[in-house]
Design a protein around this ligand. Structure first.
Ligand code: NAP
Length: 516
């Protein structure tokens, strides 16, 4: 591959034998611009005897390579002591690669009177520092130490615990750029994904990606396929409008697949990122609100998911009346200097239901669960004229919601679902993972209801829906709702009609990939 300089992807390869390394290199060079050969992953005897074979393999590929031999405290796999590693670099016969040498070792090689002199060209040396615990406070000091070695490229990899930990990484990239230094800067972890996707457009020498179906060599690494096809890395520049979804956890979210596919289909210079946020107030202040944010990143809008749909509201400049009544915001539009909040879950929920069922006036609807999603569901059903009963495992919780919306509330175990036309599951039961084989109501309990609607969309057919189908009910899964709420978000952010078919297809593909 030969991508433009500003979007180069490097696949790190970590194998225990030279034979496995050789085969991984053959696969990686087909899709990446560079490869990083993690020599520290090799068994000690393989490293000792295999160096010349690796040199041959690297010479045969026309892909630029980086060689790394990390100590354990910098994320290395092997247990080589400092002496052995220093001796390895001194004897190394690799002549055409870039070399990733940790800061301490680079300082050692650079120090006057060092018994070892780096046998390779400093102009091909990357001086690196990794922190797997967090973001060091003294990043600028580390930067100063790095630039006092002759290494050409500087590399920082820190661990993000929250999306705001991306800020120091972007600041480092800005500093390096203004000082004419080449730099690789990454925030690892699922909270750091923004740096992996936006980094190259902010001057990062490369970004790392994993091979397809590979967990990668560092937490939060995105696959090369997703970097190119979902995030369209090559097209991201400073003008690119940025959108994202904030939540906790967020790595499972289908929103990036769906919205990035829509941007691509309409040829928009925009990208949509997953943003893992713990402290929503701090995130909005430091990264979103135009008056206070510490990053100029052309951010235009956010999708908001659990657990922030309620807490985000008090930070906004304006909230649409429907979202106020529902008590939840799932969409933020950044307009001029202000943040406007909307709720698209309600319309997203009701649109496919009306399409499938028809007019809901007077229709008897049972809503199972009394959590965040139930609020938008109950509000939308009331607006549509339905007769609503909330069925909650905790009567008090159900009644609180029922009173707020002026509907009925009963205990889940007392519900007789055959007396309803539509039964809606708003609990997470049935979701892939630990709840997959669970359902709040069995097929027998549903016999006689006309339609079962599950908000859960992964898997496509939950146990609730399967048993409902077998009991003779019509069924509706959560994916049409997910896509409908996303199309409305897209319209709010861009002013354009969303390509719903493209988004539905992308959601299905995203689900399939998450099940591999
Ligand atoms: P939430 O705020 O945590 O609410 C979950 C509700 O389910 C709570 O009322 C909880 O009861 C109830 N519940 C949990 N386990 C239960 C059990 N074993 N038996 C009976 N009730 C149980 O979650 P949420 O944000 O409302 O989301 C709920 C589900 O909807 C999630 O799976 C989410 O993915 C899905 N969703 C889908 C869409 C879509 O677009 N398709 C949109 C939004 C949400 P307690 O109140 O007693 O804890």
């Amino acid at each position: 591959m030969n991508s433009p300089q500003q979007s180069r992807i490097c696949i790190p390869i970590c194998e225990s034998t030279v034979a496995a390394l050789e085969s991984a290199i053959a696969g990686a060079v087909k899709v990446s611009d560079l490869i990083e050969v993690r020599l520290d992953c090799l068994q000690k005897n393989e490293l000792e005897t295999g160096a010349s074979r690796i040199t041959e393999v690297l010479k045969r590929t026309d892909c630029e390579s980086i060689l790394t031999l990390r100590p354990a405290e910098q994320g290395g796999q092997g247990q080589l002591d400092d002496e052995t590693r220093q001796a390895f670099w001194s004897d190394a016969i690799f002549s055409e690669s870039l070399f990733d040498v940790e800061l301490e070792l680079a300082e050692h090689f650079n120090s006057a009177g060092s018994p070892h002199t780096l046998p390779i060209d400093w102009s091909r040396t990357i001086c690196s520092q990794h922190d797997f615990a967090g973001v060091p406070r003294n990043l600028d000091q580390i930067y100063e130490r790095m630039i006092s070695t002759p290494a050409r490229i500087l590399k920082f990899a820190v661990m993000a615990q929250d999306a705001t930990d991306c800020l120091p990484v972007f600041h480092l990239l800005a500093r390096a750029r203004s000082e004419g230094r080449e730099m690789i800067a990454i925030a690892m972890g699922s909270a750091g994904i923004a740096t992996r996707i936006l980094g190259p457009s902010r001057g990062s020498f490369l970004t790392y990606g994993s091979s397809e179906n590979d967990a990668g060599t560092a937490p939060g690494q995105v696959s090369v396929r997703d970097l190119r096809e979902v995030y369209r890395l090559e097209q991201i520049d400073h003008q690119t409008q940025v959108f994202g979804v904030i939540g906790l956890p967020i790595s499972h979210s289908l929103s990036p697949c769906v919205h990035n596919a829509a941007f691509a289909a309409l040829g928009k210079n925009a990208v949509f990122l997953p943003l893992e946020v713990h402290d929503v107030k701090a995130f909005l202040k430091r990264m979103v609100i135009p008056r206070t944010r510490e990053l100029d990143w052309n951010l235009r809008g956010l999708s908001v998911t659990a657990p922030h749909k309620f807490t985000v509201m008090e930070q906004l400049d304006w909230v649409e009346p429907a979202a106020q009544e529902i008590g939840a915001v799932n969409t933020i539009v950044i307009k001029d200097d202000a943040l406007h909040g909307f709720n698209t879950d309600a319309s997203g929920f009701i649109t496919p239901l009306v399409q499938k069922f028809g007019d809901l006036t007077g229709v008897r609807c049972a809503v199972i669960g009394a959590g965040g999603a139930a609020k938008a569901v109950v509000w939308a059903l009331k607006q549509a004229g339905a007769q609503v009963t909330i069925c909650a495992r905790e009567l008090a919780r159900g009644q609180l919601l029922a009173e707020h919306f002026g509907v009925a509330g009963i205990k889940l175990e007392d519900a007789r679902f055959n007396e309803f036309d539509v039964v809606i599951n708003t609990t997470p039961l049935g979701t892939a993972g630990k709840f997959e084989n669970e359902t709040a109501v069995t097929g027998e309990g549903l016999r006689g209801a006309r339609l079962a609607y599950d908000l859960v969309y992964n898997p496509n057919e939950t146990r609730f829906l399967r048993e409902a189908r077998e009991a003779g009910c019509e069924t509706l899964g959560g994916l049409p709702m997910f896509v409908a709420q996303a199309t409305e978000q897209f319209r709010l952010w861009t002013g354009d009609a969303a390509p719903a078919d493209v988004m539905y297809e992308a959601a299905q593909q995203g689900l399939l990939r998450s099940q591999i």
